[in-house]
Ligand binder design. Structure first.
Ligand code: ITT
Ligand code: NA
Length: 186
């Protein structure tokens, strides 16, 4: 069994769906650790280490964000704060003059941090490419999902079910790397 430390229930729902496919049982604890300002990798490393030492068991944490190329990777590591303040409407305004898919290119990135008592943390990076939509679409996901458009599917993440998003999302990619490592080399 693995313990996922997060305060975000949408992440839990997605992770449970992914772990079920790998036959690993997932426990969820909202430990409320303070995040240092830093890269996704730094946050995942310090969070995983803190939580595994505190609970004295193996844990994973995730630090994720939306990285928009034309905005020099904004909101990136500030994603949570930006979502709560200017929100999707604010992001769409910043993108007003940008018209093509290339100009509106963005990535979701997810870094899973794993740590267990008496070992040092390990991290796993997953990404997915898309473009920022011209308007919000769909109400199936959370946060930036309605403005993250995937040209291949002609849909935003907000229009995908959890199952569909979990086929290829940043979170699926990072968790899959983690599980493959966890089941073999650990
Ligand atoms: P934790 O307790 O796990 O830290 P959190 O919501 O604070 O939960 P992060 O620190 O990883 O999560 O912040 C990432 C933010 O990026 C998150 O709050 C969302 O606004 C956004 N985000 C991350 N993954 C997303 C996804 O799959 N779809 C939409 N928005 C996402
Ligand atoms: Na967070």
């Amino acid at each position: 069994m693995i313990t996922f430390i997060t305060g975000n229930n949408h992440k839990v729902e997605e992770a449970e769906n992914i772990f079920r496919k790998f036959n690993i049982e997932l426990e969820h604890i909202d430990l409320g650790y303070t995040e240092p300002q830093g890269t996704l990798e730094e946050v995942a490393i310090s969070g995983a280490k803190y939580a595994s030492r505190k609970l004295n068991k193996p844990v994973i944490v995730e630090d994720a964000g939306l990285f928009i190329k034309a905005l020099n990777d904004f909101p990136g590591t500030y994603s949570s704060y930006v979502q709560d303040t200017i929100g999707n409407e604010g992001i769409l305004k910043l993108m007003n003059d940008l018209k093509t898919d290339q100009e509106r290119y963005a990535e979701f990135r997810s870094v899973i941090g794993y740590c267990a008592p008496n070992i040092e943390p390990k991290i796993f990076l997953g990404k997915v490419s898309g473009v920022i939509a011209f308007e919000e679409k769909g109400n199936k996901g959370f946060a930036f999902d309605p403005i993250f458009y995937v040209p291949n599917m002609s849909k935003t993440f907000g229009e995908l079910t959890t199952d569909e998003k979990n086929q290829f999302s940043h979170r699926k990619n990072s968790l899959e790397l983690f599980v493959n490592w966890y089941k073999s080399d650990k």
